[in-house]
Design a protein around this ligand. Structure first.
Ligand SMILES: Cc1ncc(COP(=O)(O)O)c(C=O)c1O
Length: 207
């Protein structure tokens, strides 16, 4: 299925920051997946851990406890200062979970149709809820009806979020990329993010 317009290059191997295509041409990998191969290619600790684990036990499902996952969750919680961890396979799955948690939180507070503030030019993924939260018609086109419950405002504009806060009592969360990638490299200011944090805390909204 044609989901991405692909560049006609296929890579066959990689070493740290370098990758080689089928003809043996060497490239500096400045893309790193789409910014996900943070340890580069062939990192010996990573390849050893993958090989050892997959040879010991490949998969047991979420129906059982997973000791390694619990250890990782503890570590992530300690580093982030948060108390729970949700493991998932992709960015859109993470955002779907965030949207569901925000709605659950809203219903818990007695809000009938909980809303989430999202931004112009945002990109949150290609599942139905995340493409509805995305601020780009191209991503949404052909997949209507969209998932309701998103209130769109201009990016990096705290006044517009304050206005929503003043009149829309159904809002329970704000979903924002600190740096928009797909929408252009749009960088929000530190002050905007501080103001958002303060507003969300005051309103009792998730951020
Ligand atoms: C900001 C942002 N959110 C969500 C996603 C969706 O992630 P995935 O493609 O892993 O579902 C992306 C993907 O590029 C992204 O850049």
């Amino acid at each position: 299925m044609n989901t991405y317009s692909r560049i006609p290059v296929a890579f066959t191997r990689g070493e740290r920051v370098w990758v080689w295509d089928e003809s043996g041409k060497k490239y500096l990998d400045a893309l790193a997946g789409i910014a996900v191969n943070t340890l580069g290619h062939g990192h010996p600790k990573l390849t050893r851990a993958i090989a050892e684990q997959s040879s010991r036990l490949i998969h047991t499902s979420n129906l059982y406890r997973i000791a390694e996952q619990e250890r990782l969750a503890d570590k992530l919680a300690a580093i982030s200062g948060m108390d729970s961890v949700f493991f998932c396979n992709s960015g859109c799955e993470a955002n779907e979970a965030a949207i569901k948690l925000a709605r659950l939180y809203g219903h818990g507070k007695g809000v009938e149709g909980p809303g989430i503030v999202v931004m112009d030019k945002a990109f949150h993924g290609r599942t139905l809820a995340t493409l509805s939260a995305t601020g780009n018609r191209k991503v949404q086109q052909g997949f209507e009806p969209l998932v309701p419950g998103f209130v769109r405002v201009p990016f990096n504009d705290i006044e517009s979020v304050r206005q929503v806060a003043s009149h829309d009592k159904s809002v329970v969360a704000v979903l924002v990329e600190p740096i928009q990638g797909e929408g252009g490299i749009n960088i929000s200011s530190m002050q905007y993010l501080r103001d958002l944090r303060e507003l969300c805390d005051r309103q009792g909204w998730f951020l």
